[in-house]
Design a protein around this ligand. Structure first.
Ligand SMILES: [Fe+2]
Length: 287
């Protein structure tokens, strides 16, 4: 064992010491990180002043990488890097009503990444290049295994067998973003996933992603929103949630299959926030 792991919250999250992500990973360290990721769901690596090339190289140890359906959200030279930033190429904060800034504020809603894919992402790795100063911008992660395991039996019985419809295009229309280009929308048609997710290791988790959940299959809008809100409130309780307060050059790696997350609001007109993300492609559908 070369890494040390400090638990960050009773439910999930671990801070890893003893690894430099700018250097190639040896196979033993990779295995230790993989095991810690499975156990803790969210891993924090502090003081990792890495470039995009190193970020992508580290991410590839854990699977194939996704490329976002929208080409203007990614770096031309490195499409695996998804840029979440309110700072323009000129180094200045962009107007709050600009599309990239509006897009960033979508993360202020609970979600799990890539739920709009038939095989959603396994996980994501986010590098804090410029982090919010003066409060706001923290990321909260919820443990959806525990949220399901501890759910009151009446609520649990109401969600058994239900499927949620997740849609990137619906999310955009619902959040007043311009419609997608047809060729981009064609890559991500709406998909349906069970609310009670079965994992290969026989564990189960609650699988919801309120930002993208267009409807519960067979339900109307009002019934859908009411249940999704009830489930979100249940899962977002402090006992299931680790809140990450960002420091510059934190790298945070999370499992999208049994956690969901949200960014706490900040003032995008005055507080700079520049984050680069990779997403590790899923290997199994929501069972
Ligand atoms: Fe996200």
């Amino acid at each position: 064992m070369t890494l040390s792991i400090r638990k960050l919250h009773e439910s999930l999250g671990g801070e890893i010491d003893g690894v430099d992500l700018s250097r190639p990973l040896d196979i033993d360290t990779r295995s230790e990180i993989q095991a810690a990721w499975e156990t803790h769901g969210v891993l924090v690596f502090r003081n990792q002043d890495i470039g995009d090339t190193e970020h992508v190289a580290f991410s590839r140890h854990f699977g194939d990488l996704e490329v976002l359906p929208e080409t203007d959200r990614t770096d031309d030279t490195m499409p695996e890097i998804f840029i979440l930033s309110n700072v323009g190429a000129d180094g200045k904060i962009m107007p709050v009503e600009s599309e990239p800034v509006t897009f960033n504020t979508l993360t202020w809603f609970w979600h799990t990444d890539s739920c709009y894919r038939a095989i959603p992402s396994k996980g994501a790795i986010l590098h804090g290049i410029e982090v919010v100063k003066g409060g706001g911008g923290e990321t909260r992660f919820a443990n959806m295994r525990e949220a399901l395991a501890e759910m009151p039996s009446d609520l649990r019985s109401r969600i058994e067998g239900l499927e949620g419809q997740h849609s990137w295009a619906w999310m955009r229309s619902h959040r007043n973003l311009p419609p997608m280009k047809a060729e981009e929308a064609a890559k991500v048609p709406p998909v349906q996933h069970k609310l009670v997710r079965n994992h290969r290791n026989r564990s189960q988790s609650l699988y919801i992603s309120p930002l993208y959940m267009e409807r519960i299959v067979g339900w109307d809008e009002e019934e859908t929103r009411s249940l999704v809100e009830e489930l979100t409130e249940w899962a977002a309780q402090d006992r299931f949630v680790y809140e990450h307060a960002w420091q510059q050059h934190d790298v945070v790696m999370w499992d999208n299959t049994w956690t969901m997350h949200i960014v706490l609001p900040y003032d995008p007109g005055s507080q700079r926030r520049v984050m680069h993300r990779t997403a590790i492609a899923g290997v199994e559908a929501v069972l």
